[in-house]
Write a protein that binds this ligand. Structure first.
Ligand SMILES: [Zn+2]
Length: 167
């Protein structure tokens, strides 16, 4: 799997939030950059930048070393982006998505669904029976929905994901 910018951005957004993207851009393909430099680079306060770095750190997407500043006597943290970790996260997220899709598929295949003409709500067989097939929103009669297309489209998504995961 080639680690494209699109993959990196997708994974980072999902695990740490979209607002860290400029920070990741500042970190990428370099090593040991001080948090002050990073803050300056993305034009944010150091505290805010640290907060973002910790979010990335929680997902193991960055590592750091610290060095004592001889003049000032305090520690400065230098950060490095861990791009290899993106690959692991990428397949983890895909596996989770695949699991969710399979559950949805099971639900779609295992029940009949009902809705009124305006599709205010979508109820499964038991729920619809509970309302005597009358839409709880508008009171109109509910019809059994043909979910063949929905099932087919979920199956397609499952296939795509399985293929991607096998690659
Ligand atoms: Zn309705």
């Amino acid at each position: 799997m080639k680690l494209t910018n699109k993959i990196i951005e997708g994974v980072v957004t999902e695990v740490a939030g979209e607002d860290v993207l400029p920070l990741v851009k500042a970190l990428k393909n370099r090593k040991n950059i001080s948090e002050f430099k990073l803050a300056e680079n993305i034009a944010k306060e150091v505290n805010e930048t640290r907060n973002m770095l910790y979010r990335l750190y929680d997902a193991n997407l960055v590592s750091f070393i610290r060095k004592k500043d001889k003049k000032k006597g305090w520690y400065i943290y230098y950060w490095t982006f861990n791009s290899r970790r993106v690959k692991d996260l990428f397949s983890q997220l895909k596996k989770r998505k695949l699991g969710n899709l399979k559950n949805r598929l099971k639900r779609e295949e295992g029940s009949n669904f009902f809705s009124c003409q305006d599709t205010c709500m979508r109820l499964d067989f038991e729920q619809a029976t509970g309302f005597n097939y009358k839409c709880p929103e508008c009171g109109a009669l509910m019809y059994e929905e043909n979910n063949t297309e929905k099932i087919e489209s979920i199956k397609k998504e499952v296939l795509v994901l399985e293929k991607e995961l096998a690659a």
